[in-house]
Structures are given as structure tokens and as C-alpha cells.
Design a protein. Structure first.
Length: 573
């Protein structure tokens, strides 16, 4: 380990805090409770579970990616972003298309039907095993990055817990290994970029983030934090002098990445077509299942106000087209019945405004910890106030927030609140019985294995009445999740029984008594039942939204009010 020059400014040097440096000869372990378990043991345990999940439920994303394998293998590059053979058209940036092209080559040898463009909805065991395996193997990018985080720590037991919690995160298990996506791989690139920033290699950090943007453009929500941090700490010296050499190096490197990615499509004149696939603006404010963000609370408030106005006859104008717009689990425009309808420009202004608050402090305190917190807040703001946010985007918050979990109790409590609410909000993605048991048990074990050892390291007893009240309310909120899960589990059973009880007996009796032999068929969704069909989803969304919005307020308050002289594990970096 090289010695750090004491004359170098903190933001211009590699990290020197006790949290991220430790002797390489010391035995390393991933598992909580200080068990002497190696990284390879955790990898073996994790891989074994993921292999057992091969036959598990798969969403339409599985066919999406199989179709992308077929597109990139069967068609010339000039047709990739034009093909409409399947409804699941290619809509990720070029680097991900190249990634699919690379994966399609072994697939063509294993089973040529996998890459047959016209072989839609192919679900043979060969394609299941192959695509599941590619997720596991590509996720090793995440694993190696997390090991590197451990390698740079003087407190390996704490960093080991954080690294293990990320590699074994329920979000990745649910979204990648059951539902099916490649988030582990792409968040691995993000963590490599963060690691480079932590180690003082800011040029590499910026290049890796540019690479990530060309894999999946959703990470552009984090770009403002990167822009401010790299401009302030890499392109401007501590004395305020503009470093033209550093600026040109960074700008040219980022431009080179985008040219490699988009270059072929620039030459072919297809950039407008590619961008039309990447940014479809025809979707509504909310996804079918409301992501638990600020707009879920606004939408729920509109439903409550509509019910109030309908029952009381209050003199309030009701938008008829908004009566059923937000409560039927459909993708489309979200139109409010009572409240003013939210437009894309509104979400954009609010997002920029809240991100700017965090970015202003980052500009004046361009340290690694400030960068990591501002990065988390940028992802948080985009999730809470963005347009047509998917529930899976919560990983943009939970992954970087995990790196702050052991900083001190205020961060740890925010991490727990956001993690429990965020992971629970992913549960509706998996609705089959067997997998539902797996997601609940696995998530409970994960929370316990992370919470118990970390709370011993960072717990602070509330020192004022207001803190006691907040602490109690937060614990009551967390205690409500088992009850919510019980309701979500039992509600469909109760609905099914009510439907059986509302069978055709009364209708048949009426028909017989009137000798009317043209009796109508019994309504499969009796009055009141159909209207409550999406109640579990709505309650899940609203309840999780409360915790996530509060977590955001908590994190923003801590970040803005934290003394720059605070000497926590990350503060000296």
C-alpha cells in the first residue's frame, strides 16, 4: 500500500480513512456476524440458490431479452433499432445491444432456436438455463467490485457486511434471478465507477460512468452528481484554478465512449430512430403498479378526494375521464379526477429543483462522501418525482445508499427504512405462490443479517424528546410491514370466497319465479369486489411510499445539516 502524501488535498488523493484501508494479509469474510467465511463461500452459497431458481417464475422481460438475442444475431446492425417482428423491440443503448450480440454467439451453438427471430415466446429448457446462467456470470462484475471495496478497508468486518448485503441483495434476487434482468451486471459497473472515485482516480470514474450510460440510459438520473463532482474536484483545483488539461482529458474520454457506442448509427444516419426507441414519451405519470413515490401519494389522495366528493356532493369539479384512469392497473395516461393533472414538464422542474439542492452543497464540499450522498439523493429525487417511474428503479437508491449505511446512525436508520420499504415494493413483481414464499423468507433473513451486526456498530440512543418520538414512529412504521404482508396474502382468498358466495342462486330463484328462462349469467366480479381488485397493490404502493418519502426527507436533512468537520468513516475522504 502506497503512503499518502500529506501535502495532497483530501479530494485529490486516494482515501486515507480507517474505513477503507486494511492489511491485505488479514483473512477476509463476507458473511455477517463476523463468521470466518470467505468470499468464495458466499459466492458458492449465492450461486447454489440462484441455480435452484432456474425453473422459477419468469416475467415478459425474459422473452424481451431472448428476442434481443435473436435481433442482434439474425439481423445486420442497420436493422436492430427498426425491427418490429416482436412487440418487445430493442430499446436499450448500443452497448447493451453489443452485449446481447456477444451473448447470442454461444446461444446459437447451444440451441439455434434461441436466436431464431421468428421463434417468439420460446421457452425450452435450453434457453431458460442459458439466459439464467448469463445473469449469474455477468453479476460477477458486481462481486469483484465489492471485493475491491473490502480490499481497501481497515475495518473489514463492517465493509464485509455492506459488500455481502449488496451481493446478496433481495432486489437483485427478485428483479434479476426471478423476474429476469441484468441489474447486477450494470450496478457492478456503477460500483466500479464509485470505487474509482473513492480511490482518487476520477478520470476512470467518469469513463466508467459514461460506459454505464451506454448500457442503460436510466442512469442518466445520476449524471448531475457526476458532472458537478468531476467538474469541481477534477477540473478545478482547490485554489479555484481551471485545470484545462484535466477537463480536456475527461471530455475527450467521455466523447470517445459515446462515439464507440453510437458511432455506427451516426454513420448510418439512424440517431433519430435510436433516440425514439430510448425515449418513448407516450406513457403516463404512473406505471400500471404505482411505484411507491410522491406521485403514488398524490394519486391516492386524488382517489380519496373523489370518494369524498362523490359521497358528500361537495361542489367540486370532477374530471370524468380521470375517474377510472388511475385505479385499474393499466399503462396509459394518468388523469386525476379532482386534483390538477401532472404533466411531464412539472415532474422535470420538481426533479431539477430538488437535485439542485444537493448539488449546490456538493459543489462547495467536493469530497467522496459528499459525492456519494449527492449521488444517492439524485437517484432518490428521480425515483420520487420522475415521470412514469418503474418500481425496479428503487435500486438506483438502495445500492449507493448501502455504501453509506455504516457511516453513522442517522444514515443507518435511513438505510433500513428505505431498504425495507424499497424491497417490499418489489414484492408485487413476484406473485406466484412458491416464489412468493422465497421472496419473503429471503428478504426477512437479509434484513436480519444486515440489521443486527450494523446496529451494534452505529446505534445512538435518542438524545431528545423529538428524537424519541421519531424513533418510535419509525419502529411502528416498520412493524406494519408484517401486517401489510398478511393482508396482501389473505385478501385474494377473501375475494375468492366472496365471489363464490355471490353465485347465481338469487338470480336463478328470481328467474324461476317469473318463468323467465333468459336469465343473465352471474357477474364474476360482484359489486364492490371488482372495485377493490387493486386494493392490495394500492396499499402496498402507498404504505411503501410513506417510508420512502420520509427516508428522502431524512437523508436530505442529514446531508444539508451535517458539519463538514464531522469525522465519520467517509468524511475524511
Amino acid at each position: 500500500m502506497e503512503a499518502t502524501d500529506p501535502k495532497v488535498k483530501p479530494q485529490d488523493s486516494a482515501p486515507t480513512s480507517s474505513y477503507f484501508q486494511y492489511p491485505s494479509s488479514r483473512r477476509k469474510s463476507w458473511f455477517p456476524f463476523d463468521l470466518e467465511t470467505s468470499e468464495y463461500d458466499v459466492l458458492l452459497l449465492s450461486t447454489s440458490l440462484k441455480l435452484l431458481l432456474f425453473p422459477a417464475y419468469r416475467s415478459t422481460d425474459f422473452e424481451v431479452h431472448r428476442n434481443w438475442l435473436a435481433i442482434t444475431y439474425s439481423l445486420p446492425i442497420s436493422k436492430w433499432y427498426y425491427d418490429t417482428t416482436s412487440e418487445w423491440t430493442l430499446d436499450y443503448p448500443p452497448f447493451f445491444a453489443y452485449f446481447e450480440k456477444l451473448l447470442s454467439i454461444p446461444a446459437s451453438f447451444i440451441d439455434p432456436k434461441i436466436v431464431d427471430l421468428n421463434n417468439l415466446n420460446y421457452n425450452a429448457w435450453s434457453v431458460i438455463a442459458y439466459q439464467r446462467t448469463t445473469v449469474i456470470l455477468s453479476e460477477l462484475v458486481l462481486g469483484v467490485a465489492l471485493i475491491r471495496f473490502i480490499r481497501g478497508s481497515v475495518d473489514p468486518s463492517t465493509q464485509r457486511i455492506i459488500s455481502a448485503s449488496l451481493f446478496l441483495h433481495p432486489g437483485f434476487l427478485i428483479v434479476d434471478h426471478i423476474h429476469f434482468q441484468y441489474n447486477g451486471f450494470m450496478f457492478g459497473i456503477l460500483l466500479w465507477s464509485i470505487l474509482m472515485a473513492r480511490n482518487g482516480n476520477k478520470l476512470a470514474s467518469g469513463v466508467l460512468f459514461a460506459v454505464l450510460l451506454n448500457f442503460k440510459h436510466i442512469y442518466m438520473y445520476l449524471a448531475p452528481a457526476y458532472f458537478v463532482y468531476l467538474l469541481r474536484s477534477f477540473c478545478i483545483s482547490p485554489s479555484g484554478q481551471f485545470e484545462i488539461k484535466n477537463f480536456l482529458s475527461l471530455a475527450n474520454a467521455v466523447i470517445a465512449v459515446f462515439l464507440v457506442s453510437f458511432g455506427p448509427f451516426i454513420v448510418m444516419g439512424q440517431i433519430p430512430q435510436v433516440l425514439s426507441r430510448l425515449f418513448p414519451f407516450t406513457r403516463g405519470l404512473n406505471h400500471a403498479y404505482w411505484a411507491p413515490n410522491a406521485w403514488a401519494l398524490v394519486t391516492a389522495a386524488d382517489r380519496v378526494l373523489l370518494r369524498y366528493v362523490s359521497r358528500t356532493g361537495a361542489d367540486v369539479a370532477i374530471n370524468i375521464s380521470g375517474v377510472a384512469s388511475t385505479s385499474r392497473g393499466l399503462v396509459g395516461d394518468t388523469i386525476f379526477a379532482v386534483l390538477p393533472t401532472v404533466k411531464p414538464i412539472h415532474t422535470f422542474i420538481i426533479t431539477v429543483a430538488f437535485q439542485s439542492i444537493a448539488l449546490i452543497k456538493l459543489w462547495f464540499t467536493p469530497t467522496y462522501k459528499s459525492f456519494l450522498t449527492a449521488l444517492t439523493l439524485c437517484g432518490y429525487v428521480s425515483y420520487l418525482f420522475g415521470w412514469h417511474v418503474h418500481e425496479k428503479a428503487i435500486l438506483l437508491v438502495l445500492v449507493p445508499l448501502s455504501l453509506l449505511a455504516a457511516e453513522r446512525h442517522a444514515y443507518f436508520r435511513t438505510f433500513i427504512l428505505a431498504s425495507v420499504a424499497g424491497v417490499f415494493s418489489l414484492f408485487p413483481l413476484i406473485f406466484t405462490p412458491g416464489e412468493s414464499i422465497v421472496k419473503v423468507l429471503y428478504s426477512v433473513l437479509w434484513v436480519l443479517f444486515v440489521y443486527l451486526p450494523l446496529t451494534r456498530r452505529v446505534y445512538e440512543f435518542p438524545r431528545s424528546l423529538s428524537f424519541v418520538i421519531i424513533d418510535t414512529l419509525e419502529k411502528i412504521y416498520l412493524a406494519g410491514f408484517p401486517l401489510l404482508q398478511l393482508f396482501v396474502t389473505l385478501f385474494p382468498i377473501l375475494v375468492a370466497r366472496r365471489q363464490q358466495q355471490s353465485a347465481a342462486v338469487p338470480i336463478v330463484e328470481t328467474c324461476i319465479s317469473t318463468a323467465d328462462f333468459t336469465c343473465p349469467e352471474p357477474d364474476p366480479h360482484p359489486a364492490g369486489v371488482a372495485a377493490m381488485e387493486f386494493l392490495p397493490l394500492m396499499l402496498t404502493s402507498v404504505y411503501c411510499a410513506v417510508g420512502l418519502v420520509w427516508g428522502f426527507c431524512r437523508l436530505m436533512f442529514v446531508y444539508l445539516n451535517e458539519e463538514t468537520t464531522y469525522q465519520g468513516p467517509l468524511s475524511r475522504i
